[in-house]
Design a protein around this ligand. Structure first.
Ligand SMILES: NC(=O)c1ccc[n+]([C@@H]2O[C@H](COP(=O)([O-])OP(=O)(O)OC[C@H]3O[C@@H](n4cnc5c(N)ncnc54)[C@H](OP(=O)(O)O)[C@@H]3O)[C@@H](O)[C@H]2O)c1
Length: 273
């Protein structure tokens, strides 16, 4: 009887802890792969989502599909590696969401697979501009909007390549390693503004970025032999963690880099057992 009051309010409180209703989110690169799954996951949980990509035709097609599914998603063309286009993107996001943003998902990233000695200066600049500088600047542009929301959440799509050597190129690894450190810096620096910052670090996920590698049977067999769960991952297995980190249910989690990797990053040596 003493808990009667609690039992009537608890279900409502629990429901709101697992909902993004009333929240606004920007997901960069939402038309394919992990970004696409994140847009759908956040929208399904009730968020109003804004996304961007470079291919206008594909973006319009996705926006149409989301409308049919009943998701609240808007978007515009933006090359996230361009500073001027990032500024324009955030002006649009700010006016779309009334100057407040609860969630920023820094998803855009790319790779060029080469040996370190073979990279050109242009390739270095392109990878760093797309993977690191775009996310860094997006955080700066998002800061006043996240702060204004009263409860901000940043999630970076990093990679296990930022934790250990995985043979995917040293520039990619360095850019993701920097993202992991940035996660820790911002978690501490912006905690005073009630902004949480976390990273999700996937291993191989079946997307257009890596499909050419996963189609190579020899490569896939090697990957499977090093992965305890014996398969590459699906985009939805990453987006579920991203969504969780955005929920009020994750309100005490900040500064973490969480691998979504089928156990790859804890698997050092295949012994006898
Ligand atoms: N797939 C994996 O195995 C894996 C593993 C670890 C980490 N990750 C990370 O996960 C993130 C997403 O990768 P993904 O595999 O989903 O890639 P993806 O299949 O290539 O999709 C990338 C998405 O981002 C957009 N995009 C790419 N470059 C952009 C730019 N400069 N400006 C705006 N939009 C851009 C693409 O659309 P447009 O091409 O039309 O712009 C597309 O919607 C990346 O940061 C990647 O490093 C992926």
């Amino acid at each position: 009887m003493a808990n009667a009051g609690n039992s009537s309010t608890a279900p409502v409180a629990r429901k709101s802890r697992w909902s993004l209703t009333g929240m606004t989110a920007l997901v960069t690169g939402g038309t394919r792969g992990i970004g696409h799954a994140v847009v759908e996951e956040l929208a399904e949980l009730g968020a109003s989502v804004y996304t961007c990509s470079r291919n206008e035709q594909e973006l319009n097609q996705r926006l149409e599909e989301w409308k049919v599914k009943g998701f609240d998603v808007a978007g515009s063309v933006c090359d996230a590696s361009s500073g001027a286009q990032r500024e324009e993107l955030f002006q649009r996001v700010s006016s779309c969401f009334g100057g407040k943003l609860h969630i920023l998902i820094n998803n855009v990233g790319t790779n060029i697979w080469k040996a370190t000695a073979d990279y050109t200066a242009e390739e270095y600049s392109k990878l760093m501009a797309t993977n690191l500088e775009s996310s860094y600047h997006a955080c700066q542009l998002a800061y006043p909007l996240l702060k204004a929301s009263g409860s901000g959440c940043l999630v970076f799509i990093s990679s296990v390549a930022g934790l250990v050597h995985v043979g995917s190129g040293s520039i990619y690894g360095a850019s993701k390693g920097a993202i992991n450190q940035l996660t820790k810096n911002l978690a501490c620096e912006w905690a005073k503004d009630n902004i949480r910052t976390n990273s999700v670090a996937p291993w191989y996920i079946k997307t257009s970025l890596v499909e050419h590698l996963l189609e190579n049977k020899e490569f896939l067999d090697r990957l499977i032999s090093r992965t305890p769960l014996r398969r590459p991952g699906e985009s939805e297995e990453v987006s579920s963690l991203v969504a969780y980190l955005c929920l009020p249910a994750a309100s005490y989690i900040t500064g973490q880099i969480i691998a979504v990797d089928g156990g790859f990053s804890v698997n050092s040596f295949e012994g006898l057992v």
